[in-house]
Ligand binder design. Structure first.
Ligand SMILES: CC(=O)N[C@@H]([C@@H](O)[C@H](O)[C@H](O)CO)[C@@H](O)CC(=O)C(=O)O
Length: 308
């Protein structure tokens, strides 16, 4: 039985780190990785939605993971999302991921065309075969990918022994229970990561082993505390913290600028960490968003004072 404990906990989704020209900044990638090491999170989820992967090229994504590993190796569990909109590029990123020594690779299903389940399984198994030494995480995010992980497709993928987890970003928490129950029945141990940050407590309660989230990056201490409250059985306090976290998320989403642009402004304010803006067509900060981000940053500081 392989040791899956290295995946159980708080795994922030890594944001894209750009320079002033909007190019990937290796220095800022390394600085952001050191930030997470210092915060004491379990690991990082790289090149995912929060990493703006869909707007980057293959070589850019290789640069990101290479510079994350330069700081994270041996200190953080690293899951690298490798899906591109075609099998060939996804396979290349999977091969490269094994070469740089990540712990696991992850992949959404193919996007744009709606393909039959045997084609989706073929896509995922080709990616996994390119990194035979790595664990594979199925990424279920139907609201963005346009394709849901069905139970029949999930059972087909369980035939691949490298498949160890589902990162479940669908909104029904029952999906977590279904993947967890059938994964355990098939394997004895199987992981599910909670995707929607707003329902971390609910997801953990119904069986998620930890979480991967796009807002963890601006408040890692709060999600570490939330997970600790769940483990210690302090349900009332956990619910209270989840409510305060959700108020922060809603504030982050209240601007004209994309949530990730607001997140990066919060990092400048609270952490003196500048990782640039977001890549078009994502919307960068509008002038009025700076006050919104400043208020979210203050809400985080107040929550830290209240719970930590
Ligand atoms: C649809 C979406 O982006 N979901 C996020 C959530 O963390 C989301 O940002 C959060 O719940 C705020 O709505 C994650 O599940 C996905 C994610 O962080 C990633 O792939 O980088």
């Amino acid at each position: 039985m392989r040791d899956l404990s290295k995946y159980k906990g708080i795994i922030p989704a890594f944001y894209a780190c750009y320079d002033e020209k909007g190019e990937i900044s290796p220095e800022r990638v390394r600085a952001f990785t050191r930030y997470f090491v210092k915060k004491g999170v379990k690991g990082v989820y790289v090149n995912g939605s929060s990493g703006e992967c869909i707007y980057q090229g293959v070589e850019e994504r290789k640069t990101v993971i290479e510079n994350v590993m330069a700081e994270a190796k041996g200190k953080l569990t690293v899951i690298n999302h490798v899906a591109c909109n075609n099998t060939r590029d996804s396979v290349e990123l999977a091969r490269h991921s094994q070469q740089v020594g990540v712990d696991a690779i992850a992949s959404i299903p193919p996007i744009y065309f709606h393909l039959p389940e045997y084609s989706i399984a073929g896509y995922w198994n080709a990616i996994s075969a390119a990194a035979p030494e790595l664990n594979f995480v199925i990424y279920n995010i139907p609201q963005l990918a346009g394709t849901a992980l069905t139970m029949s497709l999930f059972h087909e993928m369980l035939k691949n022994p490298r498949v160890i987890a589902v990162k479940n970003s669908s909104m029904p928490t029952q999906d977590i229970q279904m993947f967890k129950a059938d994964g355990i029945a098939a394997r004895g141990e199987f992981l599910v990561f909670n995707g929607p940050d707003e329902q971390f407590v609910a997801g953990r309660a119904i069986g998620a082993d930890g979480g991967i989230g796009g807002t963890y990056g601006v408040m890692p201490e709060l999600f570490l505390k939330l997970n600790a409250l769940i483990i210690s059985g302090e349900c009332e306090r956990a619910m209270e913290l989840q409510y305060d976290i959700n108020a922060i998320i809603y504030q982050m989403c209240a601007g004209k600028g994309n949530m990730y642009a607001v997140a990066k402004e919060i990092l400048r304010i609270n952490e003196n960490l500048d990782i640039g803006g977001v890549r078009e067509p994502l919307e960068n900060l509008h002038e009025e968003d700076k006050a919104i981000a400043a208020q979210a940053a203050e809400m985080i500081r107040k929550a830290q004072d209240k719970y930590l």
